[in-house]
Ligand binder design. Structure first.
Ligand code: ATP
Length: 214
């Protein structure tokens, strides 16, 4: 079974693309969702984070206050590394555990990891797909979806890997610009699915990145 990573900048359409793969019967895991689950009270990761950061990162209900945690790591790279050293192995182990529990042996599983390149996770995957769109569309979509200010979304985009580098590192790119229709997006996903099934049978580590029409 191949491990295929799906990444892309904030609001580029990873969830939308992940849903299309799932509709083809592909098992889809989401690293962010798993991370949130593991940070809920009762989990080892929750306990380890409190152990390191102290009770100041808890809200009134005893849940981890993600905003408080974010501000602790925002200005302190050492604390960011400390958090990542706790989170990454826990999420990775949970992903492996879930992959091992998949009922049938699928050709491949898709794992959505928003900060895949930033976390240095690309070697963990047999193939990495990037969902790509224009930064102005990211700002527009995320402001509309989350009610964040455009400046706030721009700051998040700025802190992530830039679009060009992400595209250069990808094995496949799925274009989800403002002009991409649902049918076109579904077609790109179907084409990518066919290439991945072929890669799974040939066993080659990577298939050629096909020419992209931007
Ligand atoms: P995040 O990084 O925040 O998790 P994401 O990459 O998973 O986001 P989605 O949630 O799939 O992105 O899409 C972001 C928003 O943009 C959603 O509200 C979605 O409905 C909308 N959207 C996605 N693709 C398009 C498109 N081609 N045209 C218009 N809106 C779109």
């Amino acid at each position: 079974m191949l491990r295929v990573g799906l990444t892309g900048g904030i609001g580029c359409g990873k969830s939308r693309v992940g849903d299309l793969f799932a509709s083809l019967g592909v098992p889809v895991l989401d690293a962010d969702t798993i991370n949130r689950e593991l940070q809920a009270p009762g989990h080892d990761l929750y306990a380890a984070i409190i152990d390191h950061f102290g009770p100041g990162v808890l809200d009134a209900r005893g849940h981890l206050d993600r905003g408080a945690l974010r501000s602790r790591i925002f200005t302190d790279p050492g604390e960011r590394q400390a958090l990542e050293a706790l989170v990454h192995p826990a999420v990775e182990a949970a992903i492996e555990e879930r992959l091992a529990r998949l009922p049938d042996r699928p050709a491949y599983a898709l794992i959505v990891v928003p900060l895949l390149f930033e976390a240095g996770w690309e070697q963990r995957f047999d193939h990495v797909i990037v969902v790509d769109c224009d930064p102005f569309e990211q700002v527009e979509r995320v402001s509309r979806r989350d009610g964040r200010s455009p400046a706030e979304v721009e700051a998040i985009i700025e802190a992530q890997m830039n679009r060009e580098e992400r595209r250069l590192r990808a094995d496949s790119t799925i274009h989800n610009t403002g002009k991409t229709t649902d049918a076109e997006l579904a077609q790109q996903v179907a084409d990518c699915d066919a290439r991945l099934r072929q890669q799974a049978t040939t066993g080659s580590r990577r298939v050629e990145n096909p020419p992209q029409n931007t």
